[in-house]
Design a protein around this ligand. Structure first.
Ligand code: SF4
Length: 483
């Protein structure tokens, strides 16, 4: 499973916003490693720099020094629609009405086909759903007939026209010459938060970010999460909030996998720290599926907090059984099971003295194809483990995601076509257990909060058209009717 983009925006007169944006997207690097970019404005002209690669590959001191301004936005990308190539790197930029705007997108739209028809666009004209939104906004940009440039409020006007038409998942950060804006879809599938630079009574600037650690790293104070359907506009008058999508459509469903796997452990979502929630998942997993063992170990890195929780709840010692090569930046997409297992071996290596002769509980967050777990179990057996018991800190992933997370086709999801006994045999473990959905939600401990768990249940909160489900550019199997 791969994340699908990190977004960041900052409005901070008198501060080096390009450096702040670099720091912000660097903190969000885990959400996308294919390309990185930023747009910076000095109040008149917008400069966009973007390229393929990690944030530190795309930007260096010299590039940042050449980006003066007082407002900026940045993006790190992992593609779920549109190929991994330069023209799809973000921000997406459009020049319109003597002005321009830049857009960064986290998520995945589900109704681009219907909208393209409505807007009279032909397939292939736009490269990705983010590019498509930029095109729709450009079409709606109000440009005075007298030839004068677009007004300062043009982007907000265009957004108010376009946002209600969009379905699916989007957290956008946008920038025109004088404003930074952020918006979440009606379900709030992807996170987006607001932070403040400087003291509360005399703010020196404002920050938008996919996750709270990006605020911490630039020295901003967390203010709040944006509400689903909310548009926040930041300019020299401060922060303004607009309900951009009708409240009847607002129905919060934050992606539950942000808690399980995607978000950084030091992130806070729904007011809860992700690391602590993952530890509680491990505690509940221990109560739900106990086992006698000598050592509990997590699969680095997202399985580790749940392993700590499992160990704490059972009293079984927690230790390290695998060492991760910390210099592996991105996971290369390697076709075929054998090649993928090789990839796991490149990344993880067992600590023999901790493993030999022991009964081991391995805690991991998810099983998708089973490749990682199978390779890990094989390594542990080769290193002398006497028993290997696998515990997973979320329920089986049995449905694809249409909201911006790269979950393979249903026929590639091993839990969708196997019983627990078959999985135990395939993975080579002595026992396997998953955390139940009820326990997962209880472990997050955010009473009243809404979650999307469609890849676990098949209940999709936003419509998924069959064309998208069957599209060859987005190879998914047909989804069930929306819940
Ligand atoms: S389908 Fe799964 S991965 Fe996608 S948004 Fe919903 S919970 Fe997250």
């Amino acid at each position: 499973m791969k994340e699908a983009c990190g977004v960041f925006g900052v409005y901070a007169p008198g501060q080096g916003v390009a450096q702040l944006t670099f720091d912000g997207i660097y903190a969000l690097q885990h959400r996308g490693q294919e390309s990185a970019g930023m747009a910076v404005s000095d109040g008149e002209a917008i400069t966009v720099v973007k390229d393929m690669g990690l944030v530190t590959t795309v930007f260096d001191e010299r590039t940042i020094a050449c980006l003066p301004g007082h407002l900026a936005m940045g993006h790190t990308r992992y593609s779920t629609t549109g190929a991994s190539e330069w023209r799809n790197a973000q921000p997406v930029y459009r020049s319109v009405g003597g002005s321009g705007f830049a857009l960064g997108h986290n998520g995945n739209l589900t109704n681009t086909g219907a909208l393209a028809e409505r807007a009279g666009m032909f397939p292939g004209v736009v490269a990705s759903d983010s590019d498509f939104v930029a095109e729709l906004l450009a079409q709606e940009f109000p440009v005075p007939a007298d030839g004068a440039g677009a007004s300062a409020a043009a982007l907000e006007t265009a957004l108010r026209a376009v946002l209600p038409l969009l379905e699916g998942a989007f957290s956008f950060v946008l920038l025109d010459a004088t404003h930074v804006m952020g918006v979440r879809d009606a379900h709030g599938f992807r996170p987006l938060c607001l932070g403040r630079l400087g003291p509360a009574d005399q703010p020196e600037g404002w920050v938008l970010a996919s996750e709270t650690p990006a605020l911490d790293i630039v020295g901003a104070t967390f203010v709040r999460e944006l509400e689903p359907g909310e548009l926040v506009v930041i300019d020299d008058e401060g922060v303004r909030s607009v309900q951009a999508i009708a409240t009847e459509r607002v129905d919060p469903h934050l992606c539950i996998f942000e808690f399980v796997y995607f978000a950084r452990p030091d992130s806070r979502l729904y007011g809860k720290e992700v690391h602590a929630a993952r530890r509680r998942m491990g505690e509940r997993l221990a109560a739900q599926a106990p086992v006698e063992a000598d050592l509990v170990m997590g699969v680095p890195e997202s399985g580790v907090p749940a392993a700590e929780g499992f160990a704490r709840a059972t009293g079984i010692p927690h230790g390290q059984g695998l060492v991760k090569n910390r210099y592996i930046g991105r996971t290369f997409i390697t076709p075929g099971q054998g090649a993928r297992e090789e990839g796991v071996r490149r990344k993880l290596n067992p600590l023999r003295e901790n493993i030999e002769g022991k009964r081991i509980v391995v805690v991991d967050d998810t099983i998708v194809r089973g490749t990682t777990q199978r390779a890990v179990v094989r390594m542990l057996r080769e290193a002398g483990a006497r028993e290997v018991h696998l515990r997973i800190s979320c329920p089986p992933v049995t449905w694809p995601c249409f909201y911006g997370i790269d979950i393979p086709r249903r026929d590639e999801l091993i839990a969708a076509r196997s019983t627990i006994a078959e999985l135990e045999e395939f993975l080579g473990v002595d026992s396997l257990a998953y955390l139940s959905l009820d326990n997962l939600v209880a472990a997050i401990d955010a009473p009243g909060a809404g979650f999307c768990s469609a890849c676990l249940t098949g209940n999709y909160p936003a419509p998924v058209p069959v064309e998208l489900a069957l599209s060859s550019t987005h190879p998914r199997q047909a989804a069930p009717a929306p819940a």
